[in-house]
Design a protein around this ligand. Structure first.
Ligand code: COA
Length: 151
C-alpha cells in the first residue's frame, strides 16, 4: 500500500469521502487536492484523508475514511500518521479533528492516537446539514473537537 497526494484531474473518490461526511456540498467546501492524500493498493484507492489549514498554527483533518472491506486493518492509523507527518513538515503546531459525539464514533481511535478533547461545536450536525445525520442508529447533534500537539 502507498499513500500519495490526489493528483490534478484525477477523479475525486466521493464514495470514500461520503463514508465520513454524507454531504457532497460540505465535502466540496473543504476539499483541496493539495491537502488530499489517498491510500492505494493494486491500483485501487482504499482510503483517504483530507487536511484543511485553519490558521498558521492549526490544520484540521476534515475527512478520513477507509473502504469498508479494508477497515480495522490498521489503515486508519496509517492515514492519521501520514496526516501528522504532512502537518509537521508544513510547520503546524496542532493537528485537529472533529467527530460526532455518539456511541461507536472513532473518538476512541483518535484518543489512542494522542488526540485530546478540547471543545464541542454545539448543534454542528443540525446547523450544517440539510438532513438529519444518523450514524450507528444515533442522530449526530454536536461535534467533539480534539487536538494533538505535533511540534
Ligand atoms: N470506533 C472505535 N474504535 C475504532 C473505530 C471506531 N469507529 N474505528 C477504528 N477503531 C479502532 C480499531 O478497532 C483499532 O483498535 P485496535 O488497534 O485496538 O484493534 C484502531 O482503532 C485502529 O483502527 P484502524 O484499523 O487503523 O482503523 P480503520 O482502518 O478501520 O479506519 C476509520 C478508521 C474511522 C477511518 C474507518 O472506520 C472509516 O472509514 N469509517 C467510516 C468513515 C468515518 O466514520 N470516518 C471518520 C469520520 S470522523
Amino acid at each position: 500500500m502507498q499513500i500519495r497526494q490526489l493528483v490534478k484531474n484525477e477523479d475525486i473518490p466521493y464514495d470514500l469521502l461520503l463514508l465520513a461526511d454524507p454531504s457532497r456540498t460540505v465535502v466540496d467546501n473543504y476539499l483541496n487536492r493539495d491537502y488530499t492524500y489517498v491510500a492505494e493498493q493494486n491500483n485501487e484507492i482504499i482510503g483517504i484523508v483530507v487536511l484543511f489549514p485553519l490558521d498558521n498554527k492549526s490544520i484540521e483533518i476534515k475527512n478520513i475514511a477507509v473502504r469498508e472491506d479494508f477497515q480495522k486493518k490498521g489503515i486508519g492509523v496509517v492515514l492519521l500518521n501520514h496526516a501528522e507527518m504532512v502537518a509537521q513538515k508544513l510547520g503546524y503546531k496542532f493537528l485537529i479533528i472533529g467527530t460526532a459525539d455518539i456511541s461507536g464514533s472513532p473518538i476512541v481511535l483518535y484518543e489512542k492516537f494522542g488526540f485530546c478533547r478540547y471543545g464541542v461545536k454545539k448543534n454542528f450536525f443540525v446547523e450544517n446539514y440539510d438532513e438529519p445525520i444518523v450514524d450507528n442508529g444515533f442522530q449526530c447533534i454536536d461535534m467533539v473537537m480534539l487536538k494533538k500537539e505535533i511540534s
